[in-house]
Design a protein around this ligand. Structure first.
Ligand code: CAA
Length: 260
């Protein structure tokens, strides 16, 4: 597939997907979603890729959400398709067996925030701003925002954000736990790279199992989740990478993990 609305680059074991529709503040059209899914598929299958970064082109936005202009005259069936399309993208990010960092370089609104919340870590430039703004156009979040935001910040704050549609700045988002860290704009790109490199150096199987356990465990009973963790612990313990990590610790050197 030829990428037209997304820039897809790979270096230093990091795959970077840049939403590239800055004139529309990187709003997600059907074509943008298809290209991101294609890039994720490549990242999934490329053994050299250890971590994925999702970001937006331009200075102004990560993404201003679903394409509002495509909603003119939208009927219930089309709206359901739009919801399914976003769900598919969010689940692809959430279920990718590699860590995904959302690098929020500007507005993350509506579907933009929902996509970011489906990533594993969110790092925000201090001039970025976020919100579930759908209510302002008479809509509701349709790509998981009512659910993932509630899981991140609790019901009270989720209701405040979804019902008012207000836009908050990155520092407030950090205090609420929506973003993991806020970074000055001039240090943003390098900080994202360093975080991605840090994750790329970890043991891939341990990353994969940790991610899956945290995602799946949140929705089931503690008893069942602990049983899953126990089994996952066994799987990770059987990897060559654990033996490498243990040896490296004893030899006082950095481990070199192979994902085996
Ligand atoms: N869809 C389509 N185009 C969008 C867009 C969107 N979500 N957001 C911005 N744009 C376009 C604008 O229409 C404008 O294009 P034109 O120059 O052709 O008019 C361009 O991007 C720049 O935007 P603005 O001129 O509005 O820039 P601004 O600095 O004045 O305002 C903003 C920035 C506050 C982010 C404002 O653009 C805005 O409120 N955007 C909409 C955000 C929003 O409500 N998103 C939710 C979408 S619904 C959704 O996502 C549903 C879901 O759950 C899946």
């Amino acid at each position: 597939m030829e990428f037209k609305l997304v820039i897809y680059e790979k270096s230093e074991r990091i795959a970077t997907i840049t939403l590239n529709r800055p004139e529309a503040l990187n709003a997600f059209s059907k074509e943008v979603v298809e290209e991101v899914l294609h890039a994720l598929d490549d990242a999934k299958n490329d053994e050299n890729v250890r971590v994925v970064v999702l970001t937006g082109a331009g200075q102004k936005a990560f993404s201003a959400g679903a394409d509002i202009k495509a909603m003119i005259g939208m009927n219930a069936l089309k709206a359901r398709e739009l919801s399914l399309m976003g769900e598919k993208l969010c689940l692809a990010l959430e279920n990718l067996e590699k860590p995904v960092i959302a690098a929020l370089n500007g507005y993350a609104l509506g579907g933009g925030l929902e996509v970011a919340m489906s990533c594993d870590l969110r790092i925000a430039s201090e001039n970025s701003r976020m919100g579930q703004t759908e209510i302002n156009i008479g809509l509701i979040p349709g790509w998981g925002g009512t659910q993932r935001l509630t899981r991140l910040v609790g019901r009270g704050k989720a209701k405040e954000l979804v019902l008012t549609g207000k836009i908050i700045d990155a520092k407030v988002a950090e205090q609420l736990g929506i973003v993991n860290m806020t970074v000055p704009a001039d240090k943003f790109t390098e900080t994202v790279r360093q975080l991605a490199l840090e994750l790329a150096a970890k043991a891939p199987v341990a990353l994969r199992v940790s991610k899956a356990l945290i995602n799946k465990g949140a929705d089931i009973s503690l008893d069942s989740a602990l049983a899953l963790e126990r089994e996952g612990f066994g799987v990770v313990a059987s990897t060559e990478d654990l033996q490498e990590g243990v040896r490296a610790f004893s030899e006082k050197r950095k481990p070199v993990f192979k994902g085996k």
